[in-house]
Design a protein around this ligand. Structure first.
Ligand code: SF4
Ligand code: SF4
Length: 378
């Protein structure tokens, strides 16, 4: 049963290429997104389809390096490479692409991307707690709303935004319920399976369908989970985002007989506790509060990431933490120091890995992960 449900998730990306093509033929608009900070509720409220753009494969990086410096984060090069080679169907179908000023590499890459597609860049403040940074973000959300209205010649009403907020809240809650199943010992879902689920749903054009699929999977896993306790080390992965195509650290860890029980990165648990509150009068203010809480390393300081990590180490009974930084990602690389400090304080082993999208370091990664897992006593 669980296998059947997971196969449905694996095929979502392919199915949605066709669905989005059909939706476009019927006049629906498509908006491409790159980052967890993109307020997809506004896109839904505009009657458009938000879709995640490809950026987790090595293949288009060579083409990207004809323009971008080689010494740049592979996620940025892959995203740009997909765009210049026109090999991401979702980029092809996008009427508008939304970017955010998160890290320096991304914001400069967006300048070049704007030559290929209509682009809207949101100015994301990096100082979270100040009044002026909050006011700036509220303005930026309103500016996006206005851009969507003028681009698609529609009016976005507050009621449309509240409806979209409800759907996105439900989707987050349903995905969190699946991640939370792995608090059990043994974890009923492997790290690769978790990644497949969270990666695939980002391409789905129908959020109601996603919510139902997630609930069905939770039900199927819960019904079948009656195994004896496991003796495998329980691993928490944190750091830069991973997706299908860049899952090598998860795959190697599980091949080395450990369980990746949770992922804290933004493709995993980072945003799953963040619900938009319905206690505000203005839905834009409600969204601003939620999005500014995302604990990405581009925020300074970024204490909620450490609080979340500490809680996850306890709640998921984690034996070891692996912190993955993509090469040239300065913000996660520097924050690795604070992560290491926290993990040491929790008294468990920690490994910081720096890598790229290639397979050239599989051997050395495997040796380092193996040595780490040998430190775990279960
Ligand atoms: S790590 Fe941060 S900047 Fe990168 S995609 Fe995630 S939220 Fe966006
Ligand atoms: S992984 Fe780091 S460098 Fe790459 S896009 Fe995300 S924040 Fe920027």
């Amino acid at each position: 049963m669980k296998k059947e449900q997971l196969e449905e998730f694996s095929s979502l990306r392919e199915i949605n290429v066709l669905r989005i093509k059909e939706a476009k033929e019927q006049g629906r608009k498509v908006v491409g997104t790159y980052c967890a900070y993109c307020p997809q509720e506004l896109i839904l409220a505009a009657g458009a389809i938000p879709v995640s753009l490809c950026g987790t494969k090595e293949e288009p990086i060579t083409a990207a390096e004809e323009t971008l410096p080689r010494n740049l984060c592979p996620l940025i090069k892959s995203s740009y490479g997909f765009a210049v080679t026109d090999t991401c169907p979702f980029f092809y179908f996008s009427d508008l692409v939304i970017g955010e000023t998160t890290c320096d590499g991304k914001k400069k890459m967006f300048e070049l991307l704007g030559d290929i597609k209509p682009l809207h860049v949101m100015e994301l403040p990096f100082l979270k707690p100040t009044e002026s940074s909050f006011a700036l973000w509220v303005d930026e959300l309103r500016r996006l709303k206005t851009r969507l209205e003028s681009e698609f010649e529609i009016e976005i009403k507050d009621a449309d935004i509240w409806k979209a907020i409800e759907i996105v809240n439900q989707e987050k809650a349903a995905l969190k319920a699946i991640y939370d199943l792995n608090k059990a010992d043994p974890p009923p879902i492997s790290g690769i399976e978790l990644l497949t689920v969270s990666h695939s749903i980002a391409f789905d054009s129908d959020k109601e369908e996603v919510i139902q699929m997630l609930k069905k999977l939770t039900g199927a896993v819960t019904a079948n989970n009656n195994q004896a306790k496991a003796s495998k080390p329980r691993v928490l992965l944190t750091g830069c985002p991973v997706g299908i195509g860049t899952e090598k650290v998860i795959r190697l860890t599980e091949e080395l007989n450990a369980d990746v029980v949770a992922m804290e990165n933004c493709s995993g648990y980072k945003t799953l506790e963040l619900m938009t509150s319905k206690e505000y009068d203005d839905p834009i203010v409600a969204l601003a509060h939620k999005y500014l809480k995302i604990p990405c390393s581009c925020m300074s300081p970024n204490p909620y990431r450490l609080e979340l990590l500490e809680r996850m180490i306890e709640e998921f009974s984690v034996d070891v933490v692996i912190d993955l930084t993509w090469q040239a990602c300065h913000t996660y690389n520097i924050e690795a120091y604070q992560v290491q400090h926290l993990v040491k304080k929790k008294g468990i082993p920690h490994l910081h890995l720096e890598s790229d999208y290639s397979s050239s370091d599989l051997g050395s990664l495997s040796v380092r992960i193996q040595a780490l897992l040998e430190m775990v006593e279960r």
